[in-house]
Design a protein around this ligand. Structure first.
Ligand code: NAD
Length: 360
């Protein structure tokens, strides 16, 4: 088996703290994936890099990353750098430059974690949001005319292409085939009268190719409410860039803590590396305190293993996280008292104790 080359960008705030923990867990996975050889190269890009170089990464940053099998990122953002600079200077160029058109965010209430929804426990909340990640409302097209005058005009365009909508919707249907065969499309075709009827049309056209998958279109406002009232009626949710962005934050909230959320920016064609990063940000308010929840980053590592073709490592991580949380070993954001490293110690210990060859 060839060595898997991973570019690691720990980033800012708690990013380096949780990345270290996830790398420890990946090390433990060698036991269940004897063929797995991971080689890391670390990049110090982020807000400190920006303060020193006036750029979030070097000009040839994408070229440096291109040859890797995956990018494993912590979080980016610091109070000393405006958020739009850190986002548009690092994350978005990587997502766009490598055509990572799928933003995949599993939403799950894990055993041992109490969510904010009284009626729902573990097992009830288990769905995936597929967010379009390359166009739509975040297309960077528009401008300001006569800025800061009383005649100011601001235009922000949303761009929907047939190619872009078809490929994200198709990804969602293919994912549903491996899950519970149900796709919910987020729309707003009552109010947004060009792009959303088009979105619905493509959704239904692609859906026709998958007659065995149940499909429905739900207006995004009603869907946001359903995330709270009936998350158990969701399996795969597909949405445009903006709708997916908003819905996934509700998803993180109903899973108990944003620190639990894993995510991936995928280039499913595998022409470019995909990037794996947790849902949460750099959490400057808790940096250095040893209380950051490492589970989101660790489950992000699981997504990376699954995507790279090491499902036994992915299963081992999932089992170990379940066992650890069930045993009550969890950080304070999910009601526990454990330190970051103690959660990881338990996860690593569980993987170390797994019987060999149990996960074929
Ligand atoms: N993908 C990314 O890199 C990303 C995503 C979101 C925000 N950001 C950046 O992060 C910075 C802070 O943003 P924010 O405060 O809006 O969001 P945030 O996710 O960093 O923090 C929100 C709240 O959740 C808590 N939290 C986050 N992750 C946690 C974890 N693993 N364990 C325990 N608690 C956790 C924080 O302490 C904070 O109270 C900003 O600069 C923002 O731009 C980056």
């Amino acid at each position: 088996m060839p060595t898997v080359r991973v570019a690691v960008i720990p980033g800012d705030g708690i990013g380096p703290e949780v990345v270290n923990e996830a790398v420890r867990v990946l090390g433990a996975c060698a036991r269940v994936e004897p063929e797995l050889r991971l080689e890391y190269r670390y990049f110090d890009w982020g807000c400190d890099y920006y303060l020193a170089h006036r750029a979030m990464m070097p000009d040839d940053g994408l070229e440096q990353l291109r040859g890797f099998d995956a990018v494993f990122l912590g979080a980016v953002g610091a109070p000393s750098v405006p958020d739009h600079v850190s986002l548009w200077g690092l994350l978005l160029p990587i997502r766009r430059g490598f055509d990572q058109y799928v933003n995949l965010r599993p939403t799950r209430l894990w055993p041992g974690v109490e969510g904010p929804l009284r009626r729902f426990g573990p097992g009830d909340i288990d769905f995936v949001v597929v967010r379009e990640n390359s166009e739509g409302e975040y297309s960077n097209m528009g401008g300001r005319l006569r800025p800061h005058t009383s005649q100011e005009v601001v235009v922000q365009n949303a761009v929907f292409t047939r190619f872009g909508v078809e490929r994200i919707v198709r990804y969602a249907f293919q994912l549903a085939e491996r899950r519970r065969s149900h796709v919910t499309g987020a729309t707003k075709s009552n109010g947004i009268n060009f792009s959303m009827p088009f979105w619905d049309e493509v959704f239904n056209e692609v859906g026709e190719e998958y007659p065995h998958i149940r499909r429905e279109l739900v207006h995004v406002d009603a869907l946001a409410a359903r995330f709270i009232t009936n998350p158990d009626r969701l399996d795969v949710v597909v949405g445009s860039n903006l709708f997916g962005d908003i819905l996934t934050d509700i998803g993180a909230a109903i899973s108990g803590s944003i620190g639990m959320g894993a995510a991936a920016n995928l280039n499913p064609d595998r022409r470019f590396p995909s990037m794996f990063e947790p849902v949460h940000g750099s959490a400057p308010d808790i940096v250095g305190k040893g209380v950051a929840n490492p589970v989101g980053q660790i489950l992000t590592a699981k997504m990376m293993m699954d995507f790279l073709g090491y499902p036994r490592a992915g299963r081992a991580i999932e089992e170990a996280v379940t066992a650890t949380l069930t045993a009550g070993i969890k950080t304070r954001d999910v009601g526990g008292t454990a330190k970051t490293y103690e959660v990881t110690d338990a996860i690593v210990g569980y993987i170390g104790a797994l019987p060999l060859e149990p996960l074929a």
